[in-house]
Design a protein around this ligand. Sequence first.
Ligand SMILES: *Cc1c(COP(=O)(O)O)cnc(C)c1O
Length: 392
Amino acid sequence: MSHDIAAPAPEVLALAGGRPVRDTLLPYGRHAIDDDDVDAVVRALRSDWLTTGPRVAEFEAAFAGQLGARHAVAVSSGTAALHAAMHAIGVGPGDEVVVPTLTFVATANCAVYEGARPVFCDVDPGTLLAGAEQAAAHVGPHTRAIVAVDYAGQACAYGDLRALARESGARLVADACHALGGSDADGCPVGTLAELSTFSLHPVKALAAGEGGVVTTADPALARAIRRFRDHGLERERGPATMTVLGRNYRLPDIACALATSQLAKLEDRVRRRRALAGRYDEAFATLAGVQPLALRPGAGHARHLYVLRLECDRDLALRALRAEGIGATVHFPPVHLHPYYRQRFGTRPGQCPVAEDAAGRILSLPLFPTMTDGDADAVIEAVDKVVGALT
Ligand SMILES: *Cc1c(COP(=O)(O)O)cnc(C)c1O
């Protein structure tokens, strides 16, 4: 009778017993496997090689070619890629490695594997990237390397980072695990922006191999050191294999390379789809009170690995409420320097990186993966609107 003049009843959160926006949980990320990916793996399985066969070199050549990098070396994970990079530039005991605290733990762990001390730097409050300004505050006489992290898929300002590395005699490594398919503001592809760039082929990243990783570099000596490191420190080029350094078994099998090569052909399309979905979010959240997307560096080719929102309301409650609505939001990342291991082993403490610490309590990552439909994205937007509206 009077429904045309009544204000719409506020929607009851699923957390409070209301009807959820979705009946099933939309994950924050998901790999995409097509029939031709399956066929490529089956061909590898039926071939003479399961481990190091022709598909490793094939994948490396295709990866390097696509990024315009001179060398690509396939390894068993993104973590192995970072570790191999630390080894190749000679990181060791007594050295310091400057690492942003807002990253996955592996970025810092790799310095520790080689006996060095990670020194944590803060991030920019808008982009949550650590650039030269943040890193410079921690560069000193013991700094061997600076690791730049392309958080969420946005490339750092590498020109400034390269200048800082040059002035301070430090080596520059990119943890580009989020940024495959992206580029810097000058159009140079991620993978060519630092001395060594590292990638992950974990299924939640842009290109899935099961587990896997890649290091790219323009320097043939560094590429050779990484090849040696992934194979026990053995050099097999001339005569019997000779071990000259202590390496690991970080090889990536042919089976995984077959999958990665097949996926590589679709990378551009998938990054394009991620950008379209992220653009849909950008548009919706630009006008929604109580949420703030990350700042974008003008001109940079964002790979849109994560869609991160900063909230004004209670983040942990919002996370639970979104999950109840069927939206698999999550947090990237708790600051590395606050993990108990780092606090105990290296004496790191709260207050050291105030911007990252504050952000880490407010951010969440929304579902974003190439096979999401526009309808999935609209459900995410509806749920964020509902939850943020109820909690603020
Ligand atoms: C995924 C990831 C890694 C580690 O990659 P794995 O393949 O899982 O070992 C390292 N750094 C960042 C920023 C990542 O997102």
